[in-house]
Write a protein that binds this ligand. Structure first.
Ligand code: PGA
Length: 246
């Protein structure tokens, strides 16, 4: 089945469309298992969901969540950790039960076991119904950098220089020396097992990655391209990110 590509006017429209899809999923199945991502791209979607929850339009009381990744060495109190990000941008503003939110623990005593336990918990919850993703400038999904295997599972990974640079441009870390070089990341195999995947891309900086993901061959050089054959995959872009695919 081919990828469902949706091109919208701007970032705000992308956020709204993604929130619509998540709201529909949760309404159809109140005990949904959702996969979430961090980064700048999904922030608008999280703000939408928080507003809709506050307005009583959607409830997350029965929902469980799994996040894609976490920096190795950062605990959840660190303001650049992905646990902190998720609490700050979404979980603290919706009615989800905190114990149903799963973010890998970057300071686990045994990070390898932490990865294994994460995989087992996804299985125990019945698998992920919908996983929201972003895409890196280099085509990465989660911290699966180019070269990651299509069947990779949650594991310790090394970040590329390009990712370290992208995450220290002032939006998150202020300088590259502060960025951890390792992370725990769900694998491409883990992500592909989600029953539905919704990938968001906004801004012209993503145009080359979007082109490689959608128009290029399925290749280890562009991890997002390895999702092309997923049978329920929606790729939502704004016009700037879609500039090279039309
Ligand atoms: P961004 O990151 O949303 O901050 O651009 C996306 C990613 O690296 O996956």
């Amino acid at each position: 089945m081919s990828v469902n590509v949706v091109v919208l006017e701007n970032k705000a429209a992308v956020a709204k469309k993604a929130a619509d899809m998540i709201e529909a999923q949760v309404k159809a199945k109140p005990a949904s298992v959702l996969g979430f991502a961090t980064g700048s791209t999904p922030e608008g979607c999280y703000a939408e969901l928080a507003a809709r929850c506050k307005a009583g339009k959607v409830s997350f009381k029965g929902v469980a969540t799994f996040n894609l990744d976490e920096y190795l060495g950062l605990d959840g109190e660190h303001d650049q950790s992905y646990r902190y990000f998720m609490n700050d941008r979404l979980f603290n503003h919706i009615d989800i039960r905190p114990w149903n939110t799963n973010v890998l623990n970057g300071v686990a005593a045994d990070p390898g076991f932490e990865c294994l336990a994460f995989e087992r918990k996804i299985l125990a919850c019945g698998g992920v119904d919908l996983w929201l993703l972003g895409i890196g400038n280099n085509g990465h999904i989660a911290f699966n950098e180019p070269g990651s295997a299509p069947d990779s599972r949650t594991r310790i990974v090394r970040l590329t220089e390009s990712t370290i640079k992208a995450n220290s441009d002032g939006r998150f870390f202020k300088n590259p020396l502060e960025v951890p070089h390792y992370a725990l990341s769900a694998g491409i195999g883990t992500i592909r097992e989600a029953r539905e995947i919704v990938l968001l891309a906004t801004g012209d900086g993503k145009a080359d990655a979007v082109k490689a993901a959608l128009k290029g061959p399925m290749s280890l050089d562009c991890p997002a391209s390895l999702l092309q054959k997923h049978d329920n995959f929606t790729f939502i872009c704004d016009k700037a990110a879609a500039a090279k695919i039309s």
